[in-house]
Write a protein that binds this ligand. Structure first.
Ligand SMILES: [Zn+2]
Ligand SMILES: [Zn+2]
Length: 181
């Protein structure tokens, strides 16, 4: 049984990535592409003081939309995210509920005062989304800097992170998923 993946954009600014990202991730991880789940950012996750969204309740809400344990939901947002441990995160996943969210807020070159660059944005988005998909498939952060499961807290670290997994992480991927790289 192949695991099934949904990509769910939660706002207008991320809608244009969903089909492309779904096909990229399904090809890479050998997953079955799914569609039909529509959702928005839950207002209760918004922290007005920080002007950011708390990632964890968003993941809890996504879990309720799932039909089975074989389904994975990766949501996208243009809003800034945080968790209790970090003032911001580019992505966050829950390996138990098989849910994840990726924010494009801090991977847009404009955030750093640079000109828009759609190609760079997509490369970064795919990099973060692949890492979070690895978490949904049971992988932990990896200490190997030559592995996509290595943690990246800044765009510089992200841009230096490869788009492939180390042998160890490939072996640890939940069967029957196999990374085709
Ligand atoms: Zn991670
Ligand atoms: Zn690794």
């Amino acid at each position: 049984m192949h695991e099934r993946l949904y990509i769910v954009p939660l706002d207008d600014g991320t809608r244009r990535f969903s089909e492309w990202l779904l096909s990229e991730l399904c090809r890479k991880f050998n997953l079955k592409p799914q569609s039909g789940i529509v959702s928005r950012l839950p207002e209760e996750a918004y922290n007005a003081k920080l002007n950011q969204y708390y990632a964890n309740p968003i993941l809890s809400k996504l879990e309720l939309l799932k039909g089975s344990d074989f389904e994975m939901i990766l949501a996208l947002t243009e809003e800034d995210l945080y968790t209790p441990n970090k003032n911001f995160v580019m992505g966050q996943a829950n390996s138990v509920s098989h849910t994840a969210i990726v924010s494009i807020f801090r991977i847009k070159p404009e955030f750093y005062g640079l000109p828009e660059d759609e190609q760079l944005l997509r490369t970064r988005l795919l990099n973060v989304a692949s890492h979070e998909t690895g978490h949904m498939l049971g992988l932990k952060n990896c200490n190997n800097p030559e592995c996509q499961m290595n943690e990246a807290d800044t765009v510089t670290e992200l841009d230096n992170r490869p788009d492939t997994f180390c042998t160890n992480c490939i072996l640890n991927l939940t069967l029957p998923t196999k990374v085709k790289i």
